[in-house]
Design a protein around this ligand. Structure first.
Ligand code: GLN
Ligand code: ZN
Length: 755
């Protein structure tokens, strides 16, 4: 098969969601894992989901459809399987599905692969491990089978595989740089291309989002040689290399200089028409223009899209319309959202609506704007109604933000605050505390479900939550903890809970998005200016405080985290939205203080996640994210102690931002990274209170007193006693009550021993 004989396509998307419009795959997988259904039943659910999805995309008029982006758990894990790169500890498990899920989730005897965020999204992938004992081999059954299945259904199938550079850059290697192994992979990819062509694929898509990150000169060379070799294969489908989430910069001419057939670019994330015009080698390629935002929920501006397409035509051999990235990151469809207000709804596009937008743009490009005249008019009307909506500009919020001066952001120097707080709180040295949540028991979940179904009223719900709070307070008193929490029973989720109470946010009913494996989240939609109509946490926290003499921490989520886990406005900079959320949180801290609360914790676990992919963009982000935290936390008196909590183990680029937050006490994940983070903080001159997690809550194992004592002693080598706090490394909501009680008892005993 010769490559030039492949017809370019005109309308596509880069990838598909897979949990099912009603989370069918999640349920089936959980049933399989619990032993309630067998592998055949699970495969049948998956096959039906794929078939229905293909039917919809065909009906919507796409002329090239991604195949193989389906996954039982994660596409990077699928690629590790494809390349024979599972670690030896799971490779011996005989049953393929057991092996797969063991790699994903671990079992009684093996640890799973590590999980981390997929670029700057909230999707988590499994990190491949490459060691000296990794011998790559090709296992193409999954993608070949899905390809055959699609071809049988009459689908213009374009198999999608994570490309070799991205795969290796995401892997962690025990020996040297993972890219050292590139040479071994290229042969396997060439063989894969041959098999795909033989099975009837006319196109293949290799996903290379790693090309939008900073690459070294050697890595750019690797891009050139890898794609030169892959495109020189005699038997292969036409090759599309997909970049997304940013601008490929120097990687674009590198790619375009090879004989690949098409490049996908993300025009919603920094690529513009000028950048394309500067790469003459694109003139003989298909340009797949990611004009429809694949990871946010706003309706596309079709006029703008058509104008861009007209210009792009001059720079490429042909142009296809696409989403900017896979539809994995948005909900399936707006059609089922009956509860959304009509006006807001007209501004939005979820997965199915984005497919329709792609089709419209492709038609408009091929046949002229008149061919989509009615839709252009409808879009213009919707966009105009959005622009004119009064909720997009709350004059009061804007005036308050404009009026804030430097004084409003100032707290006394840390040392002064420390002395004031010491006198007021009178805590023992090495104070013990927890991160906020206690186990979400079935009683809590049942109460929430009953309230939702109308089986109990608000009053009864409050009564039950208060009973939970009373129990958690009594438990902490009995265990002898020093700074107590209310346990967060009333929160389904640390972002949704606040979004539901703030003006400017809307919630969906079925807007589920895969976060990892079988776990889905329903991100709120930020559409307008943010304001806090009334206090959000005050009643719960003051109730908890009324039950004890010890200080109870007020517990809030920070502005960066609230935005990171929401769909955000695209009509103003994220930094502006962050200031508005910060103002609302600030008002809450002041209310808590007014009600006698002496310590307030503002969690920012997502601070690291939003860090821009390119180093040049990072300082500006760190500047505004730190400022928004300070805005949120500087409204209180110097006697009120501000805590924060961050949870990830790779601090690297954000380490000096942690000092910049200027929180009186910072609790961080350290149990798994063995306290190294303390040395990193010291190197930055950090001299505030710090609570390095003394045990890993991600495992059900109860740590012994000796173990915790050892980690405390290790921490004391890096941090003087008057700054050190004792706490687990994250919230306890996913753990069981029995193990939590035992672990905290040991933690308190260890603190006493070390004192
Ligand atoms: N306060 C939250 C809790 O304890 C923090 C959760 C988190 O770190 N992600 O659950
Ligand atoms: Zn945490």
């Amino acid at each position: 098969m010769t490559v030039s004989s492949q017809k370019p396509f005109t309308a596509t998307v880069l990838g598909l969601p897979r949990v099912g419009p009603r989370r069918e795959l999640k349920r089936a997988t959980e049933s399989y894992l619990a032993g309630r259904i067998d592998a055949d039943a699970l495969h049948a659910v998956a096959r039906d989901l794929r078939r229905d999805q293909f039917a919809e995309l065909l009906a919507a008029g796409l002329d090239s459809i991604p195949v193989g982006t389906f996954s039982y758990y994660d596409q990077v894990l699928d690629t590790a399987v494809l390349l024979g790169a599972l670690p030896p500890r799971v490779a011996d498990i005989a049953d393929p599905l057991d092996r797969y899920f063991a790699a994903a989730r671990g079992n009684d005897t093996v640890e799973p692969l590590e999980m981390t965020k997929w670029f700057d999204t909230n999707y988590h992938y499994l990190v491949p491990e490459i060691g000296a004992d990794t011998t790559f081999s090709l296992n193409p059954e999954k993608v070949l089978q899905e390809l055959r299945e699609a071809i049988e259904l009459g689908v213009p199938a374009r198999p999608v595989v994570v490309g070799p550079i991205t795969f290796l850059k995401l892997a962690k290697s025990a020996t040297g740089s993972p890219l050292d192994r590139l040479g071994e992979l290229v042969g396997l990819y060439r063989e894969l291309l041959r098999l795909l062509a033989e099975a009837g694929a006319q196109w293949v898509q290799l996903d290379e989002p790693a090309l939008v990150t900073d690459l070294t000169a050697d890595e750019l060379d690797a891009v050139r040689t890898t794609y030169a070799e892959l495109s020189s294969a005699a038997e292969r489908p036409a090759i599309l290399v997909a970049t997304y989430f940013g601008h490929p910069d120097a990687a674009l001419p590198a790619l375009a200089g090879t004989d690949i057939d098409a490049v996908a670019l993300d025009f919603t994330a920094g690529v513009d028409v000028a950048a394309v015009a500067e790469v003459p080698a694109l003139a003989n390629k298909l340009l797949v223009a990611g004009l429809v935002d694949g990871r946010n929920v706003w309706r596309a501006d079709l006029d703008h899209g058509l104008a861009m397409l007209a210009t792009l035509l001059g720079s490429a051999d042909s142009v296809a319309v696409s989403t900017s990235c896979s539809l994995l990151h948005v909900p399936y469809t707006l059609a089922v959202e009956t509860g959304l207000e009509e006006r807001l709804r007209s501004w939005l596009a979820f997965g199915a609506e984005k497919v329709a937008e792609v089709r419209l743009l492709a038609t408009g490009l091929a046949e002229g704007p008149e061919a989509i005249g009615a839709e252009l008019a409808a879009t213009r009307a919707a966009l105009a109604s959005r622009k004119a909506d009064r909720r997009l500009e709350d004059p009061q919020v804007r005036a308050r933000l404009a009026g804030l001066d430097a004084e409003a952001l100032r707290r006394a120097p840390a040392e002064e605050r420390r002395a004031l707080q010491r006198d007021r709180l009178r805590l023992p040295s090495l104070p013990t505390t927890t991160i906020g949540s206690y186990p979400q028991t079935s009683a809590i979940r049942l109460a929430r479900a009953a309230l939702r179904k109308g089986e109990i009223d608000q009053q009864e719900y409050i009564r039950r939550m208060r009973a939970e709070i009373a129990e958690v307070i009594a438990l902490q008193e009995e265990l002898g903890l020093d700074v107590l929490v209310h346990g967060e029973p009333e929160r389904n989720d640390m972002v949704q809970y606040f979004a539901e109470q703030l003006d400017g946010f809307a919630a969906t009913e079925l807007g589920w998005v895969q976060s990892y494996g079988t776990r889905c989240v329903r991100p709120p939609i930020l559409f307008g200016d943010v304001a806090r109509p009334t206090a959000m946490t005050l009643d719960w926290i003051t109730y908890a405080q009324s039950l004890t003499e010890k200080p109870v921490k007020g517990m809030l989520t920070g502005p960066v985290t609230i935005l990171a886990w929401s769909f955000v406005r695209d009509d103003q900079p994220l930094a502006d939205s962050a200031r508005q959320v910060a103002l609302a949180i600030r008002d809450e801290t002041v209310d808590l203080q007014g009600a006698g609360i002496r310590i307030v914790q503002v969690d920012e676990p997502a601070l690291r996640e939003l860090l821009p992919l390119r180093a040049v963009d990072q300082p500006a982000y760190l500047e505004w994210s730190v400022q928004s935290f300070r805005l949120a936390t500087s409204g209180v008196a110097d006697t009120t102690q501000i805590h924060t909590h961050l949870c990830y183990s790779e601090f690297g680029a954000v380490i000096d931002a942690i000092a910049g937050l200027d929180a009186d006490v910072t609790s961080i994940e350290a149990a798994r990274s063995h306290m190294e983070v303390l040395d990193d903080l010291n190197a930055e001159g950090f001299d505030l209170g710090v609570g390095p997690g003394v045990y890993d809550i991600h495992s059900p194992r109860v740590p012994s007193v000796e173990e915790i004592t050892t980690s405390l002693r290790a921490a004391l080598k890096a941090v003087p006693a008057q700054r050190l706090w004792v706490n687990p490394d994250c919230g306890l909501k996913t753990r069981g009550p029995v193990e939590v009680t035992a672990a905290l008892r040991n933690m308190v005993a260890a603190a006493a021993a070390v004192r």
